[in-house]
Write a protein that binds this ligand. Structure first.
Ligand code: HEC
Ligand code: HEC
Length: 503
């Protein structure tokens, strides 16, 4: 590791999720809002629609506040978190995209300046100048999306950059365009949804249906853009990544399907309450539709982040900051000699190097449940076998000794009592627990790398034989190092499955 490790105790994934989620919502709102404001202002001025202009003026206050305060704060927050989470990956991104980022910040400064002028300019500027400032606000906001989109999509699909190292190959990577238009659709939808939320609080007079319909049409246009562009986006991701996700990542894929449902719910609500009975568009519906919209976006972002595993930059760097270029050297020399900042506690340093960017012992993505009641040899085998455990983890590249040191570190922080004591179990139920701990992370019954075919129908004796030679069944498969009670219970559990016992 080239950087000292700052252990803040909480999961970085959680920190990142919270800050990044707020940031992406706010930034997309701000961009869509910019477009909404200028387009609606133009129409309203043409028709000399006083009510609409009043509405827009109020709305612009929110957009400006949100962009300037939340957008900027969370944007800076993201830099802090990624610096903690993965300094090496952050460094790689800065090295490649420093001018991209400089350009993005320039656009952001233009965006907030124009947004402030736009807000204060309602009474102080001519209509024409005000509109021009509005367009500058939207244009600069969208350009900052254009640039950041190049960097975000790069992390999943670096494309030809992997071979050429060329800035433009990385920037205009295979998912750049579909993602840009998809996000533009999202911006428009979210702006419409927010405007709807504000409109939902209006008294059901003559203006309300007009306003609600107008805003619903915005959201629907955004949604209509999102459907084909999402399809385009999904198909632009290399098939290997998609295939692995479909086969091995049930949760992100469930999130993908969830997002389809969400989009459907938004569409139905918008057509029904937005277009057909706009007078009934009340606050509850407004909030609900907003929640659907935000959930959709959350599901999308989460999917995008998840399917990148085990990489932080696909094909270039693992999630724990180990670059593929250094794999050979680490395999030969081990980790310790290549950690620049050592604390004197080798086990802790190794754990941080290999695991801590994704796991904690007891909090976020905790390892405790997996290792409570396990022995040192088993934990060491698991450390060495991370690449065959479910979850698409990077391989452990350290030496045998380093795997033991890492295991010792973990062992010292989990519950070392017997499984039966920890969970108060015996018989088949204890066996199920033994299976969960000693087999389940690598062979999920009915799921990831299921081995039930090889285990079903065997006698107690055959099962015993399998446990005796467990270490020979696969290179990374651990020896069975549980005691005789665990062994009996495990066999009892497996036998019970033959009789249709619950998995
Ligand atoms: C790039 C991120 C990453 C790194 C680095 C990583 N893991 Fe994981 N690990 C995961 C994910 C994701 C899962 C899937 C479990 C989940 O969805 O919570 C997982 C699952 C596991 C499981 C199975 C847990 C279960 O529920 O069965 C174990 C055990 C485990 N990891 C141990 C380790 C150890 C030991 C290391 C370090 C040598 C390590 N991991 C490094 C991301 C990572
Ligand atoms: C660290 C991961 C890991 C753990 C834990 C693990 N295995 Fe395995 N197992 C493997 C690997 C790797 C292979 C060989 C490659 C393959 O078939 O996936 C394998 C192979 C097997 C096979 C041979 C499959 C065949 O095709 O005939 C059986 C049976 C099996 N494991 C059962 C178990 C049982 C029972 C446990 C718990 C006591 C267990 N494994 C624990 C990783 C693991």
């Amino acid at each position: 590791m080239d950087y000292p490790f700052w252990d803040v105790g909480i999961g970085y994934g959680v920190l990142m999720a919270v800050i990044a989620v707020v940031h992406v919502f706010v930034s997309h709102f701000a961009i869509g809002g910019g477009l909404y404001l200028v387009v609606a202002e133009r129409t309203a001025r043409k028709k000399n629609d006083r009510l609409m202009l009043q509405f827009l003026r109020k709305l612009s206050k929110f957009f400006v506040l949100v962009t300037v305060v939340f957008g900027a704060l969370t944007g800076v927050g993201i830099w802090f978190v990624i610096g903690l989470l993965n300094p090496t990956a952050t460094e790689a991104l800065i090295h490649n995209f420093v001018w991209g980022w400089a350009t993005e910040w320039t656009f952001f400064v233009i965006e907030i300046t124009a947004a402030l002028l736009y807000f204060y300019g309602w009474d102080r500027m001519s209509a024409k100048a005000h509109m021009i400032i509005g367009w500058v606000y939207f244009g600069a906001a969208w350009m900052s999306l254009f640039i950041i989109n190049g960097i975000i999509t790069f992390m999943l699909t670096p494309g030809d950059w992997l071979a050429t190292g060329n800035f433009w190959d990385g920037f205009f990577n295979p998912t750049f365009w579909p993602s840009l238009w998809l996000r533009t659709g999202v911006c428009i939808m979210l702006a419409g949804l927010y405007a709807l939320l504000v409109a939902s609080r209006y008294k059901p007079d003559d203006f309300k249906p007009v306003l609600v319909r107008y805003n619903a049409i915005w959201s629907i246009i955004g949604l209509v853009i999102m459907v084909p562009t999402f399809y385009w986006y999904w198909n632009a991701i290399p098939s290997g990544i998609v295939q692995t996700a479909l086969e091995q990542m049930p949760t992100p894929i469930a999130s993908l399907y969830g997002s389809f449902w969400n989009a459907g719910l938004i569409a139905v609500a918008l057509i029904l309450f937005g277009l057909l009975i706009p007078k009934r568009y009340n606050l509850v519906i407004g909030i609900l539709v907003m929640i659907f919209g935000i959930s959709w976006f959350f599901e999308y972002e989460w999917l995008r982040e998840s399917i990148r595993k085990p990489y932080v930059i696909s094909g270039y760097m693992y999630g724990n900051g180990v670059s593929l270029a250094s794999v050979e050297q680490l395999e030969q020399e081990g980790y310790l000699g290549n950690i620049a900042f050592r604390t004197g506690d080798d086990g802790a340093d190794l754990f941080r190097r290999a695991c801590r960017s994704c796991h904690s012992i007891g909090n976020y993505k905790a390892l405790k449940p997996a290792f409570d009641g396990a022995d040192r040899a088993f934990i060491a085998a698991m450390v060495k076998g991370t690449h065959v455990i479910k979850g698409n983890m990077p391989p452990f590249l350290g030496t045998e000794l380093e795997a033991s040191l890492t295991a010792e570190h973990i062992y010292g922080r989990v519950d070392n009592r017997h499984l039966s004591q920890i969970y108060g179990l015996s018989g088949v139920e204890l066996g199920r627990k033994v299976y969960d701990v000693r087999c389940g992370s690598c062979h999920e019954l009915g799921g990831y790398n299921d081995k039930w075919e090889s285990l079903s129908g065997l006698t107690a004796e055959d099962l015993g034989d399998i446990l005796d030679m467990a270490g020979d069944l696969g290179e990374e498969m651990p020896d069975f190092t549980g005691d005789s009670v665990e062994r009996e219970a495990l066999i009892e559990f497996l036998l019970s499955l033959n009789e249709g016992g619950e998995r």
